[in-house]
Design a protein around this ligand. Structure first.
Ligand SMILES: Nc1ncnc2c1ncn2[C@@H]1O[C@H](COP(=O)(O)OP(=O)(O)OP(=O)(O)O)[C@@H](O)[C@H]1O
Ligand SMILES: [Mg+2]
Length: 287
């Protein structure tokens, strides 16, 4: 029996916990270039959704510097790698942030998907299944760039949000990422533009990306909204309190709340009970 078949059997055996809410919506947050504001966006999007009454899990799959736990001012003892290696049970890696958000540090567990043996993959699947059962939203901060693991997660998840800034290098790097995503993925890519000085600037940047993507890749992008350049965000980072909590009335907070609203209420999202199973299947087929 090959490894993929064995894992498919595990998925088949997976008990689906009874609950009135159906599968979690799994969203990867990515960017072509580093440092464009993904982690801050992910954390504050999580808070905005939690404030709207959703249960949220954030998985930090970014090995960069400004990590999710740091923005929450938390110090997790264990990460996903420890669970995958069988060293601790899944409950031990859950750190509760504001509004009861589950914060999971990925460690190298997620980025080394390809190197996992089948027992470790099985543990990863069990862990993800657990979070699917307890969450309305699973947000995965994937880190920048085009690694195979990042692309696998993007492909498997129900949604992908690409973060860009008006900086020309951010736009060209995002285009390269979008080009890679659309190669074997049908879902509509969602774009947010961070650090804009005005709505007009946001419209202009979105227009440029949209035009290039529709002309050369024959695909549509969805505009989720803009976040303004805002010194309050830098202050929040320094205080290790997420922006939405530290400065709820800041202009960048308003932008993120608006994006959360668009994401949750755009009516285009068809919930179904198979999205998690499909996520696992795609993830495994990619490995
Ligand atoms: N809207 C904004 N207004 C002002 N500064 C911002 C804004 N968004 C991001 N920044 C600045 O950019 C820094 C980097 O943000 P963040 O860590 O969220 O980026 P990232 O894309 O996750 O980076 P990496 O690729 O390294 O993981 C922040 O610490 C902050 O100083
Ligand atoms: Mg980051």
């Amino acid at each position: 029996m090959d490894q993929a078949q064995k894992l498919r059997d595990i998925i088949g055996d997976q008990e689906v916990p009874e609950r009135d809410v159906i599968d979690a919506r799994i969203i990867t947050i990515s960017s072509g270039k580093g440092g464009v504001g993904k982690t801050n966006f992910t954390v504050n999007l999580g808070i905005a959704l939690a404030k709207q009454g959703k249960s949220v899990t954030i998985i930090d799959a970014d090995l960069g510097l400004a990590n999710v736990d740091v923005l929450f001012g938390l110090v997790p003892k264990y990460n996903l790698s420890h669970v995958i290696k069988g060293e601790v049970p899944v409950q031990d890696i859950i750190v509760k942030g504001l509004y009861d958000i589950n914060i999971i540090s990925g460690g190298s567990g997620i980025m080394d998907l390809i190197d996992l043996d089948s027992e470790q993959l099985e543990k990863l699947i069990h862990t993800l299944t657990y979070f699917n059962a307890v969450s309305d939203y699973i947000l995965i901060d994937t880190g920048a760039g085009l690694s195979k693991s990042v692309l696998s997660f993007i492909d498997a998840a129900s949604d992908v949000i690409v973060v860009i800034t008006p900086d020309p290098t951010s736009i060209t790097d995002a285009y390269a990422l979008v080009k890679n995503i659309v190669m074997d993925d049908q879902k509509k890519i969602k774009l947010i533009i961070n650090r804009v000085e005005s709505n007009e600037e946001g419209d202009e940047v979105f227009g440029k990306m949209h035009q290039a993507v529709s002309k050369f890749l024959n695909r549509e992008l969805e505009n989720l909204g803009y976040i303004f350049e805002d010194n309050n965000l830098k202050r929040a980072v320094r205080r290790q309190i997420p922006l939405l909590e530290a400065y709820p009335r800041a202009i960048a907070s308003k932008g993120i709340e608006n994006i959360a609203y668009n994401l949750d209420n755009n009516g285009k999202y068809n919930k179904n009970n198979n999205s998690f199973r499909s996520f696992l299947n795609k993830l495994i087929n990619k490995i």
